[in-house]
Write a protein that binds this ligand. Structure first.
Ligand SMILES: *[C@@H]1O[C@H](CO)[C@@H](O)[C@H](O)[C@H]1NC(C)=O
Length: 179
């Protein structure tokens, strides 16, 4: 409720959902994709609320390009979540990291919305992950309209929507400002 009022006041496109728990930081990455987060000196917790019943991608990139990127890919099918810490190389679908350093805490699909809560250490000490450092970080995000049938099927998943935004994840000074 608070959120829908806030959205009306600032005249942004918005979804009328509150996050599943209280997060001090929020940015709308896209009208279809809300990001919430909370960080301390060692760990960061995210929630994404995405207007899709398909696959959701989220991650960090050095440049803002999709490749190379440290990403998670996830989807919810029949109440069951699939979640993977992956590495997006130059071409082709992301590949599963040997070391799984991002942790899924909760997942759900309600109506058109997929909600995922996940976290990771700021420094995972895995060379397939990036260190989340103070200052602006390139956040990358994507979603598809339909679920893949499995992890072997990431090359075909219908239309892929994606983008990036620079966000100060460790600033802790209230919401980041989007483009
Ligand atoms: C940071 O948050 C994580 C996850 O909630 C927690 O396990 C850890 O103890 C926290 N560390 C500090 C220094 O507060």
């Amino acid at each position: 409720m608070f959120r829908s009022i806030a959205c009306l006041l600032v005249a942004l496109p918005c979804v009328l959902l509150a996050p599943s728990q209280s997060f001090p930081n929020m940015v709308q990455l896209n009208s279809m994709y809300d990001l919430y987060w909370e960080a301390n000196s060692t760990y960061i917790m995210f929630e994404v609320d995405v207007q899709t019943n398909g696959m959701v991608g989220f991650g960090i990139s050095e440049t803002g390009l999709m490749f190379p990127g440290d990403v998670i890919m996830a989807w919810v099918s029949h109440g069951q979540a699939e979640f993977q810490d992956s590495y997006a190389g130059m071409h082709g679908p992301p590949t599963k990291d040997a070391s799984q350093d991002w942790t899924l805490y909760s997942s759900s699909e309600h109506g058109p919305t997929t909600t995922l809560t996940f976290g990771r250490p700021l420094n995972t000490h895995d060379d397939q992950d990036l260190v989340i450092h103070p200052g602006k970080v390139h956040v990358i995000y994507s979603w598809t309209d339909v679920d893949p049938t499995g992890w072997d099927d990431l090359t075909y998943h219908g239309k892929i929507n994606r983008g990036s935004m620079e966000v100060d994840l460790l600033g802790g000074q209230g919401p980041a400002v989007g483009k």
